[in-house]
Each structure stands twice: as structure tokens, then as C-alpha cells.
Design a protein. Sequence first.
Length: 350
Amino acid sequence: MVIRQHFDPGSSTYSYLLFDPASREGVLIDPVLEQYTRDAALIRELGIRLLATLDTHCHADHVTGAWRMKETFDSAVGLAAAYGAENVDLPLVHGMRVVFGDDALEVRATPGHTAGCLSFVSADRRSVFTGDALLVRAAGRTDFQQGSASQLFHSIHRELFSLPADCVVYPGHDYEGRTSSTIGEERRFNARLGGEATERDFVGYMENLGLAHPKLLDVAVPANMRCGRGAQLPAPPAPAWGPVVETYAGIPEIAPEWLHHHRNEVEVVDVRSRAEFDGELGHLQGAKLLPLDDLRMRMDELGGAKPIVLVCQSGKRSAMAATILRKAGLARVANLAGGMMAWRKLGLPS
């Protein structure tokens, strides 16, 4: 099983893309709506067939991206059945297995942070995704959404601390930049319930945290009880001028085939040298030559009436050019995916 960990700085949430390298089937744990573009780009680039999104609980600090992923990839939406939430395809209960390729996750109920919290254990028991139940040297707060410190203490001891000592803990949040731990470490060193801590110790600790309620509580919880359906993606809307795809690297790209059929609707800017422009690969008819080294000083030569497509040999220098123009405030910009090399391989005219 391949594990890719992602971070949302706004809510300090970790999301996890898991996939079987042979079948390319995968699942996404705790997707954040604001990070939809990033996560979708990686799923596309790696050729993952996303079978499901799995939320560890009904979040109070961010809106889930589950519904948006369902719209894009036809992935099932998984959430604890205990919530009775709308738009759930996989009502998850303790003991279920979520299978993807030759891999699987075991669902374990770990309530206490909220009444419906779940953890997901890999089939080989070498990894566990604990959501907000067990954190690195901490545990999720228990003062809202039917939380219970006593219940969380028993959930962690029964369902998580019973795992092998070398089982890697992947938490749902961390506010100090810590990415993972192990069950053995948390049994010994967790500041809230490790070592010889008793239930009374843990409850006393948790009841005196004195934390303010999450700022998005009144927005996030109702949205997440619909699995994110109807929530507005905060990112800018998709460009209306063409099928621009944001890559995992954050580069706006457009396919050569689209450009071939819509050549007159855009301004093509070639950022190679004059020798390359006139060289073996040729250039697109009507393309404007504006070498990358000169781009910042000659931006006033760009028309601006049409969207701009940047071109180079392989798409790397033109990706930098697209970034430069975006930072300069030009929104209707895209890089030609694969550059002139991809253009020629497709047999398109130059």
C-alpha cells in the first residue's frame, strides 16, 4: 500500500491518499474541500481509480471534499453510520473492511472526540489512520458533538493501543508539524494518556483544556452532515475559455489536441530561443516568439484580448512562463502540456 500524506494549513488537517500500486485502486481519507484541486491533480497524474473517500468523523474545523470527489471521480462517500448523515454511500460500522486492489482497511469505532469517530487499520496492522481520536502526543478534544473523555480513553486503549508497537500512527491533525508516530511511542509518551495514566487522569486533563470552539463549527458541521454536498469550492471557478487542468505542481495546462482545434481563440506565445523556434521541431503557426529570459521585461507586448497559451520544447520553461504571467495578474493563462515534443508526437501541424 502506497501512502501519500497531504496537509491543509488552514485547518492543520492531514489527508491521506492510499492506493494499491498494482491495480491503481485507492481511497482518500479526510479530504478537505479547499484542497480539492491539489488532490484531484495527484489522483489524475498517478492514474488512481478512486473508489471511495473515507471521513474519520464529522469535522468541525473544515468542510469535507467528499462530495466534490464523488462528482469528479464517481467515488463512494464513506462516513460512520452513527451520524445518520445525508449522501453517504458507505455507512461505516465497526468491523467493516474497505477493499481497494490487494489492500484493505479495517474500520474500528473509536468514539470520544465525537460520537461517531472511526479509525482505519491497514490489513497488515502496520499503519493506522486515527483521525482526531489519537494524535501525536495528544488526543482529540471531547467537549462538543457528543464527545466524552471517558469514552475516548477506553476507545484508544481498546482499539488503538492494542495494535503492534511498531504500527505507524497517522493522525488527522497536528499543530506543530509532526507527521506521524507509532503505537509504542504513544503508549509510553502520550502527554494525555500514555504511561501509567488512569482514566481519571485523562478525564481531568481533558476537562481543563479550556479551548475555544472551532471558528467554522457552525458552518462545517451542517455541511459535513451532507458530506459536503452544496458547499461552494472556495478556489476560483474553472476557466470558461478552455479545459485548463491544474497540475499537482500548480501549473495550469491545456492539451495539445484542444489547442489544435481552437488555435484562433487564443494567443500562442513561444518562450524558446530564436534558434529553437526556427529549428527541427518548428513552431505553431502565428506563434509570438518571446524568450523566457525576456518575458518579465516585455509583458506589455502581449495582447491580453485573448487567453494566452505558453509553448516551449517540453513544457517546462513554458510552465515557468505561465507562473510568471499568473503572478503578474494575468488569469487567462495556460501551459501547452508536453510542449512542441508532444505536439509533434501527435502529428499536429507546425
